[in-house]
Write a protein that binds this ligand. Structure first.
Ligand SMILES: [Fe+2]
Length: 330
């Protein structure tokens, strides 16, 4: 169109030569012919064509500006509407986070794995209860490890159960209101108060649907009482740093779905009651080099997994109560 309007017929210039080189002589000749035919009709002049070109250019320019405004408007709407939408849904459902722990955001922003951690790994390393010195060379491995019967001597193995934990929370004022982190997974229990106000028949699953929850124990009084029943795993390095919170996981059947943990250290988990199945998978970008695998642990076993790089999910045998204590080291 620019050529059609601006080129004086029969007076080729350097710029027209450049246009010919770029578009090809045939194409330019056809535009010339069209231009001359239009002028021969007497209905249009070069001025008319220039005016038509100018209007078309302005319309395109305005259209582009309009498209840009629409795009900015849509982005602004999404930025404002999305959090309002999730807050509203969270409020209506009575949960703190409609997207628990922002897993979608974490997944979208996690670094791409180099897959070195999972190459050739198709099962956990199974160690039998061992000393700190014997464990030292495995302590910071990315290979999943089971220490069979590694926590079987803990008093928690005998005394820690749903009733004990309920009584403990009942005995400390406001303890259920100050839970740092609560995960209800697939259950309809939205808070620790819901967990400990279940009728006994629901709590022991003689009635109702299965439930599974996990929460962070960060109240010092509760934590101190619980830790009277379990020490730190004796095989972990003496200088390993551990957080001042533990995580309790308990319930039936469907545990956590496949996810990564966004925690600063390696994870250990002590299986105190019931059997638990673990499914570990590499990051999706490692599917062609690594494989998923499955294992289960029994009461008294300790599991050590770098849950920051291994996707993991858990299930429990039908009708069997599972209780675990989890923390970090590093
Ligand atoms: Fe996890």
């Amino acid at each position: 169109m620019f050529l059609f309007m601006s080129r004086p017929v029969g007076t080729p210039s350097n710029s027209i030569r450049a246009v010919r080189d770029r578009l090809g002589d045939d194409f330019v000749d056809k535009l010339d012919e069209l231009h001359l035919n239009a002028l021969r009709t007497g209905l249009v002049s070069t001025g008319d064509l220039q005016e038509a070109y100018r209007k078309a250019r302005d319309i395109n320019s305005n259209q582009n500006r309009l498209n840009l405004l629409w795009l900015l408007g849509i982005i602004f709407f999404i930025m404002i509407a999305t959090p309002v939408f999730y807050e509203t849904i969270s409020f209506l459902l009575g949960v703190r986070c409609f997207l628990p722990n922002n897993h979608l955001v974490w997944e979208a922003t996690r670094p791409i794995s180099d897959c070195e951690f999972c190459k050739g790994v198709s099962a956990p390393l199974i160690l039998h209860n061992l000393t700190r010195e014997e464990f030292a060379r495995f302590a910071y491995s990315s290979r999943p490890i089971i220490v069979k019967k590694g926590v079987a001597h803990w008093p928690a193995q005998r005394y820690l159960n749903y009733s004990f934990i309920k009584q403990l929370y009942d005995s400390v004022p406001d303890s259920m209101e100050t839970v740092c982190q609560f995960q209800h997974f697939n259950s309809n229990l939205k808070s620790l108060r819901d967990v400990f106000s279940m009728p006994p028949s629901r709590a022991n699953l003689s009635e109702g649907v299965p439930w599974f929850v996990g929460w962070s124990v960060c109240q010092s009084q509760i934590l101190a009482e619980l830790r009277k029943l379990y020490p730190r795993p004796h095989f972990l390095p003496v200088d390993a740093e551990m957080p001042n919170t533990d995580f309790i996981l308990m319930g039936y059947e469907q545990g956590a779905v496949m996810h990564l943990d966004y925690i600063p250290r390696l994870m250990w988990q002590a299986q105190l009651q019931g059997n638990k199945s673990w499914i570990l998978s590499p990051a999706p970008e490692c599917d062609h080099q690594c494989q998923s695998f499955f294992f289960y642990v029994e009461p008294g076993d300790a599991v050590l997994v770098d849950t920051r790089i291994w996707y993991h999910a858990n299930t429990m045998p039908r009708g069997q109560f599972s209780l675990s204590v989890q923390s970090e080291y590093g």
